[in-house]
Design a protein around this ligand. Structure first.
Ligand SMILES: [Zn+2]
Length: 144
């Protein structure tokens, strides 16, 4: 699988997503009727204004997951981030969130939008939202 390069039309910021991250997220497509939403955090490098997403966490046992909702808790995700940060000697850090939607053409829910704006205000996050079927399509945005 190829890395994915996305350009945020608002800011012109380039976001490169590694093939490993795309493969991880693709494993959680909601293909079956009972598959719950999945999500995690995006970890990577800032290259000037641009982002390179090198890792992502998978859903953890304490996350709350239903068909139409994913609520992430810190436990599991925070430890994974800490480990990547230490191994990279501080180069890799939190860049944002991802989660799936059971839609062919995903659109952020009102909850997504408000949490997104809060995250952007707090820490200039990138957000990647990924859908299930029939193909993986990505929607993301970064702060201007
Ligand atoms: Zn959502």
């Amino acid at each position: 699988m190829q890395p994915l390069a996305l350009i945020d039309p608002g800011s012109g910021r380039l976001v490169v997503v590694s093939a490993l991250v795309i493969e991880l997220v693709a494993r959680y497509k909601q293909l079956k009727a009972g598959d719950p939403e999945s999500g995690g955090i995006l970890i990577g490098l800032r290259r000037g204004e641009h982002f390179e997403i090198t890792a992502a966490t998978m859903p953890q046992v304490d996350d709350k997951r239903t068909r139409f909702r994913f609520e992430r808790v810190e436990r599991g995700h925070a430890e994974a981030l800490k480990k990547r940060w230490a191994v990279s000697m501080g180069a890799e850090n939190y860049l944002g969130e991802w989660h799936t939607h059971p839609e062919d053409h995903p659109s952020p829910s009102s909850i997504d939008v408000s949490e997104w704006q809060r995250a952007v205000g707090l820490r200039r996050a990138a957000t990647c939202q990924i859908t299930s079927r029939p193909a993986c399509s990505e929607r993301f945005s970064t702060p201007v």
